[in-house]
Design a binder for this molecule. Structure first.
Ligand SMILES: *[C@@H]1O[C@H](CO)[C@@H](O)[C@H](O)[C@H]1NC(C)=O
Length: 421
């Protein structure tokens, strides 16, 4: 694959760098911090964000959007999805997000909103809501990050890729049908928003591709990012760049892996997205509350020295994996030992669910961990918390944090300005 990457780089260098107009993004990245939330679980289902949608099916084999569409009657699935799209996020959420002093909303959407083929069961209808979201964001002065969260074949095998199980996106290589379809969807998204960078300043071409699957995957991912550069930054053709920022995920590699990748001045208008969670392993579940704060504080220096603009596009104040279905529908939690092969750390009681069950010391911890992260991630270009709303996991919910005091009504307010020392 190496030669393809080299030749793509040469082609891009020759055709794109000579552009005459300066890149002028729809938000002053580099001088003003990104502060935002994700709209997780809306246009891409996640069992842990809306467990009721899954429980209501009465079929425990329905574990992701693929099985939601394939293991019940299409009309039942479509009715449930339509009701969810109409109610889970509405204009009032955009009003509340803006009133909370946030400036960005990251909106995950799956490829199937544009492309269902080859017998895939996915149900369409999301584009109406994407349009509404753009209108609502524009009205409130919020900046939208359109995040392609799910690619054909699944880019990571997580339920939030649409299909839980095997990640198959890259296995046929850069010219395989999955990657080709993904490129076509990215082109469509870029064409939709190329003339509206003040409302949609950022396109993220692929959420969390499984770089940990090894070098074959990493080659495909890098080539896909080069191709996305052309698709997102040059949607009018090679003579004219867009003002759309391309936000690429680090594919779970250390930032050092991406040193000089798509770097200025050969490339322009590229930012890195990294997701910081300290909860998805047994070792992390064993960490103390103060370890969880120290751990996020320790990320500041790499964020402040990385070569590209870097945004922490997902993170949470939660320090356990207790939220119901977080590790998959029916999978249990490592924290309380109900996840297969895990060793119990403690009870999940009072650590997930409704804030009314949270102790005041837990809420104080959530505030400290929230501030530690906001402070640290602003050493880069800022942050986008996962997630605005969750049915029954208030420790993850920005909305619940605001209502219950562990997230400040003004995101720059600090009760613990020295929490990271
Ligand atoms: C769930 O759906 C699968 C596939 O249609 C079916 O085999 C199974 O019997 C269903 N289970 C229940 C409890 O309905």
């Amino acid at each position: 694959m190496g030669w393809i990457i080299v030749s793509a780089r040469a082609v891009l260098a020759a055709s794109f760098v000579s552009s005459v107009l300066a890149f002028s993004p729809g938000f002053p990245y580099g001088s003003k911090k990104v502060r935002g939330v994700n709209l997780g679980g809306w246009l891409v289902l996640e069992p842990w964000i809306t467990p009721s949608l899954f429980d209501n099916t009465g079929n425990s084999s329905i574990v992701d959007e693929w099985t939601f569409a394939s293991l019940q009657s299409p009309s039942v699935a479509k009715a449930a999805l339509t009701k969810h799209w109409n109610t889970f996020i509405t204009e009032s959420d955009f009003a509340a997000i803006a009133a909370a002093g946030l400036n960005h909303v990251r909106l995950p959407i799956g490829y199937w909103a544009w492309d269902v083929s080859g017998g895939e069961p996915y149900i369409q209808g999301q584009l109406t809501y994407l349009d509404k979201a753009v209108g609502w964001a524009g009205k409130r002065g919020l900046k939208l990050i359109i995040d392609l969260h799910s690619a054909p074949g699944s880019q990571n095998g997580y339920d939030n890729s649409g299909r839980a199980g095997t990640a198959d996106w890259a296995t046929a290589g850069s010219n395989g049908p999955n990657v080709k379809r993904t490129n076509a969807v990215v082109k469509k998204i870029a064409a939709l928003y190329r003339d509206n960078p003040s409302v949609v300043p950022v396109i993220a071409p692929l959420n969390e591709p499984a770089g940990y699957n090894g070098n074959n995957w990493l080659s495909v991912i890098k080539q896909f990012y080069y191709d996305s550069y052309g698709n997102i930054r040059y949607p009018y053709g090679s003579a004219r760049q867009s003002n759309t920022l391309m936000l690429i995920h680090d594919a779970f590699q250390p930032l050092s892996y991406w040193n000089k990748f798509l770097a200025y001045p050969q490339y322009e208008g590229v930012a890195m997205d990294t997701h910081i969670y300290t909860i998805f392993s047994h070792g992390e579940q064993q960490m103390s509350m103060s370890d969880h704060i120290r751990s996020v504080c320790s990320r500041g220096s790499q964020l402040s020295t990385f070569g590209l603009w870097i945004i922490v596009g997902e993170w949470t104040p939660a320090h356990t994996d207790c939220a119901k279905y977080l590790l998959g529908r029916g999978s249990g939690s490592r924290y309380d030992g109900t996840y297969s092969g895990s060793t119990r750390v403690g009870s999940c009681a009072g650590l997930t669910g409704k804030a009314s069950s949270f102790s005041s010391s837990y809420k104080t911890f959530l505030r400290q961990r929230w501030e530690a992260q906001a402070i640290t991630y602003e050493k880069g270009q800022g942050w986008v918390q996962w997630t605005w709303k969750a049915e029954n996991a208030d420790e993850w919910s920005y909305q619940a944090g605001l209502a219950n005091g562990w997230i400040p009504k003004n995101p720059t307010e600090r009760l613990y300005p020295n929490i990271c020392g």
